[in-house]
Design a protein around this ligand. Sequence first.
Ligand code: PLP
Length: 417
Amino acid sequence: MGKKFYTPQEVAKRLDVAYMTVYRWIQSGKLRAYQLEKQYRIDPKDLKNFIEKGETIKRPAISSSLSKFIASGMFDYAYTASHRFSTDLTLGINPLGCSNKVSAFYKRKNIQFTDMPDPISKNLREKIAKVYGFEKKEVLTGDGATELIHLSYSTFMNPCDDVVIPETTFPPLEYMAILTQGNPQFIPSTSSFDLDYDKIESLITKNCKIVVLCNPNNPTGRQLNQEKTEKLVKELPDVVFLIDEALIDFGGISFLPLTKKYANLLVIRSFTKGFGLAGLRAGFIVGHKDLIYALSRRQIPFTIDIFAQELAKVALDDLEFLDKTKKYIAKERKYIEKELTKLHYSFAHSDANYLLVDISNKFASSKEFVKKLNEKGANVVDGTNFRGLGNTYIRVAVKHHETNKAFINILKTLDKK
Ligand SMILES: Cc1ncc(COP(=O)(O)O)c(C=O)c1O
């Protein structure tokens, strides 16, 4: 056969994409291939047409995108407890811990981790449905909001489909799109860090299968505009709208009730934030029963372990803890905002537990700011970890009053530019 045809491996190398990407292009009929001796072969002419149609290389290769995220150091300094600073305002973990009911249950009840968990966490689903006023078939649980975002992408999107994502948001929304072979398209922000709704419609072409938005958003703390978002959901019934409400228990108005009105709207919640159960890894998704069924058919069984299933149920018995948390965050956010204003820092108005602070009044770069802060024993997230922010922003997580006060006192001692 000589060198007349390419193998999928050769195409993957030429286009700098994963082998599986090429395989799925072939499976979905996007890339023409011939099956010879049980191996696929691609005619160079078909490959040329495919490239000219603009189907490929609209996105970074999986490996480089993921390694960039890991190399950014977030995993090292934020997620590793032993690397934390004494005044640490990096992660948005609930400063009040979790409900006393959950910790008492954990201590009292000897959870049998030698037993198998329910593969589809039926009881937890039932409880969530009851607490939030849905039917069980409208709810699916997952290993945190993160798993449910990934599952939604892989269920409702084919390779090369577009997923529309805010430019500045929770970074895994982008890299999970790449992991699931999607093609992220970014919604720019306005100067007040809201979504630029005027730009969204032009991004939604026939290639777009999912729009994913955070309510409120990380790192800006901004909640979505209800009216403008609902208008989009209504006008684009073929697009799945995925609203990640992991931060909603800290503030903002939920889209949960709208899932009853729109079959293309899914809302994701987490036990990580307001419930304060970050290490458990539990979350849920709510929406039309047909979409939930489609998701459930693609989910790996047993993704929620026995502890998460048991303790999340207890957490749902204490919604007062969420009220207490919301009030505490609002009070502490106000405290930090007031002190930042006195120190002449500007920040985006936040509805949640994060404050996006502009340090350009006093420092040349966020890197310099964070370095000086670290030297004084405090830490925040450098805004360069987020797409579209440039190098003069930091993300501050609202913490316990003692920590917030210590942070402000350290800020007061930092040198001016
Ligand atoms: C907007 C947003 N979504 C999801 C998550 C992660 O949620 P989970 O721990 O349930 O996977 C975070 C965590 O920071 C977040 O900020």
